[in-house]
Design a protein around this ligand. Structure first.
Ligand code: 13P
Length: 256
């Protein structure tokens, strides 16, 4: 049985005061919901230390939004996986479409980041997803397959057992337009079948999250799909009451 996971990607939002209030409210409000769902928050890097302090002895885990592929070196402005480990980071987002678009990250670079995270014992949350243009051209499946296969080619199956995948259609991110549960399930099914070609165990155990305008209203129907194991939540993760509702709607569907 895969344990559901909900991760909040705060992107470039927050301040010390705002994050302190948000995390206090979150920890308070989640209560026993954590029994059925793993909850992760991914603050901007400068707030990892503050977040680590606030999350000590709570069930909420810490994630980062990016990592460099190399262990150390002359890479101004970058952060290595071992540095994240020092701040209690357990998960790291790699290959988010905003980084593929704005920082020009290639499938190969994303796969190298994924390998670096795994080597340091951090679970990568590998983001894949097609643009609207690619979907309209009928290429959604082939784009996502290419992105997933780049990971499978670089990282070995045993290491990947600690990874998480996230299907985030680019056209659904921050737009308020969510993939329908059927659209999302279809892509999640494809991703799982690609994992299965590599390893049956990997396919059975890997969590595949959906991301893209997840809200308190649509979370339940999305998470009810058989291959959707939770969510990667952007905007709604900055609103504590809504994020708690999303986490609880996954938790309620969990059958140990
Ligand atoms: P939104 O939930 O704001 O659409 O963002 C999704 C996302 O990009 C999470 O990584």
């Amino acid at each position: 049985m895969r344990r559901s996971l909900v991760a909040g990607n705060w992107k470039m939002h927050g301040s010390g005061v705002m994050i302190t209030g948000l995390l206090q409210r979150l920890v308070q409000g989640l209560g026993a919901a954590e029994d059925g769902v793993e909850v992760v928050v991914c603050p901007p890097a400068p707030y990892l230390s503050l977040s680590q302090d606030l999350l000590r002895h709570t069930g909420v885990q810490l994630g980062a939004q990016n990592v460099h592929a190399e262990a150390a070196g002359a890479y101004t402005g970058e952060v290595a996986a071992a540095m994240l480990v020092e701040f209690g980071v357990r998960f790291v987002i790699v290959g988010h479409s905003e980084r593929r678009r704005d920082a020009g990250e290639t499938d190969e670079q994303v796969a190298r980041k994924c390998a670096a995270a795994l080597k340091s014992g951090i679970s990568p949350i590998v983001c894949v997803g097609e643009t609207l243009e690619e979907r309209e051209a009928g290429n959604a499946d082939s784009v996502v397959a290419r992105q997933v296969n780049a990971i499978l080619q670089r990282c070995d199956d045993a290491a990947l057992l600690n990874s998480v995948f996230a299907y985030e259609p680019v056209w659904a991110i921050g737009t308020g337009i969510t993939a329908t549960p059927a659209q999302a399930q279809s892509m999640h099914g494809l991703i799982r079948s690609l994992l299965r070609e590599s390893s049956i165990d990997l396919a059975a155990r890997t969590r595949i999250l959906y991301g893209g305008s997840v809200s308190a209203e649509n979370a339940r129907a999305l998470f009810a799909q058989s291959d959707i194991d939770g969510g990667l939540v952007g905007g709604a993760s900055l609103r504590p009451e809504e994020f708690i509702t999303i986490c609880k709607s996954v938790s309620e569907q969990w059958k140990p």
